[in-house]
Design a protein around this ligand. Structure first.
Ligand code: AMP
Length: 189
């Protein structure tokens, strides 16, 4: 099973993606984690990515598409995955369509987690106090929300038109939300 997780920063996408990967025994691919790891290793990609991440801006589409292309070719990605934080633009989504069809990977569903914007900002400010992430400061958090609404939220309509979007209420406890996602996926199968 291959899934995409979509949602504004702070909605709990990463936490839920981890749970759902464990539940279905599939691979968790978070582009944010991959990029942070590249930064830690001071690679060429990491150096490019850092300047964008620290501003709360998106890293260029071609960087992400090359990264995902290489990652999806690996052996461990052939029996199911969740893309967490990718795609984030229409250009990435179009690129992903091409990559997946080249590899004969089928997209089963796009999980769109929703929540009130103010609640999200509060959660992120709280997370910033213990995450140590350089982009979890109030100014950058607001910028990341803005980027989401401008550049990523058009993907909701894009995937509705493709008939693969499952919208899930992201407010509640972690197990409650996980159960909602599992139910939506199994009803959709
Ligand atoms: P995340 O951990 O998903 O919140 O990602 C942290 C940061 O990494 C984002 O604010 C972007 O700067 C960058 N990033 C992660 N995924 C992507 C993507 N698909 N396209 C562009 N930039 C990304």
């Amino acid at each position: 099973m291959n899934l995409i997780f979509l949602g504004p920063p702070g909605v709990g996408k990463g936490t839920q993606a981890k749970h759902i990967c464990e539940y279905y025994n599939i691979l968790h691919l978070s582009t944010g984690d991959i990029l942070r790891n590249e930064i830690k290793n001071a690679s060429k990609i990491g150096l490019t990515a850092k300047s964008f991440i620290d501003k709360g801006a998106l890293v260029p589409d071609n960087v992400l598409l090359d990264l995902i292309d290489a990652r999806l070719n690996k052996h461990d990605a052939q029996s199911g995955y969740i893309l967490d934080g990718f795609p984030r633009t229409i250009a990435q989504a179009e690129g992903l369509n091409n990559l997946m069809s080249e590899k004969s990977h089928h997209l089963d569903a796009v999980i769109s987690l929703t929540a009130d914007e103010e609640e999200l900002i509060n959660r992120l400010i709280k997370r910033g106090k213990d995450s140590g992430r350089s982009d979890d400061t109030p100014t950058i958090i607001k910028q990341r929300q803005k980027v989401y609404w401008e550049q990523t939220s058009p993907l909701i309509d894009y995937y509705i038109k493709k008939n693969v979007l499952l919208e899930i209420d992201g407010l509640g406890t972690v197990p409650e939300i996980r159960d909602r996602i599992v139910l939506a996926i199994s009803s959709n199968a």
